[in-house]
Ligand binder design. Structure first.
Ligand SMILES: C[S@@+](CC[C@H](N)C(=O)[O-])C[C@H]1O[C@@H](n2cnc3c(N)ncnc32)[C@H](O)[C@@H]1O
Length: 229
């Protein structure tokens, strides 16, 4: 049987009581069922809102802050780390953010099995696991096959936002996306982007800035689909 290489390891990790309570009580409101094609209008109880997805939201700082700033958009967060999901659910409930839903599964499966073709307006992938050892590079999320799959789920003109604090991963992101015929770099071929102001400055990034570590942002746009012949 073919072994699938995953971009994550499920961390046992500690879950706080409030995260566990949120998972127990709020999952039925915010978490979408696995392995089921997402009917966006019915899941969000409205239609016509732009559809934004964050992959690997971690503890959810960016997802929650973007959702708070943009009630006019629908947000779907995808994450396998249960503590982070619990934290986000508690936040959504506290701030009555009814325009956010969560999938707790491998983003590759969610994209492949749950998200309809050409349905998304924007995707964010902030600080994906760097898998810094060379023998682990095959686990990195940003690879040609993943970007190919992602492209099939984006609407024409949709935006893809990436950020990493690992220089060689930033370079890999640039190479993979520049080589893709499906995307154009909004900052010019081969260029990194200015820091996206919508991305909250997390403690982790502030610490990196203090220590003089770099962060590299990239913004790409999905090219229009070729006309049907
Ligand atoms: C280094 S953390 C960064 C989290 C967050 N984006 C941030 O900026 O703080 C990467 C996150 O991506 C999640 N992740 C990695 N691969 C994933 C996948 N295939 N599907 C869903 N989540 C994934 C991990 O569980 C982890 O929480």
């Amino acid at each position: 049987m073919m072994r699938t290489i995953r971009s994550f390891v499920r961390r046992a990790g500690r879950i706080t009581m409030s995260q566990q309570a949120a998972l127990d009580n709020l999952s039925s409101t915010y978490v979408l069922p696995e392995k089921t094609v997402i009917d966006w209008d019915s899941a969000f109880a409205r239609s016509g809102a732009p559809r934004h997805v964050e992959i690997g939201f971690g503890m959810g700082d960016a997802l929650c802050s973007m959702a708070q700033a943009h009630p006019e958009r629908d947000y779907l967060g995808i994450e396998v780390h249960t503590a982070g999901v619990g934290r986000v659910l508690a936040h959504l409930h506290k701030f009555a953010l009814h325009h956010v839903r969560v999938c707790c599964d491998d983003a590759v499966l969610v994209l492949r099995e749950q998200l309809p073709a050409h349905s998304l307006d924007a995707v964010y992938i902030y600080f994906p696991d760097p898998w810094h050892k060379k023998r682990h590079h095959k686990r990195r999320l940003i690879q040609p096959e993943f970007i190919q799959l992602l492209a099939t789920r984006l609407k024409p003109q949709a935006h893809l936002y990436l950020a990493t604090d690992w220089q060689d991963y930033a370079q890999q992101m640039l190479e993979v996306l520049e080589a893709s015929a499906e995307f154009t770099n909004l900052n010019g071929a081969g260029q990194f982007a200015p820091r996206n102001a919508e991305r909250p400055l997390t403690k982790f990034e502030q610490r990196g800035q203090r220590l003089g570590h770099g962060v590299w942002d990239l913004v790409y746009q999905r090219l229009s689909l070729p006309p049907q012949s």
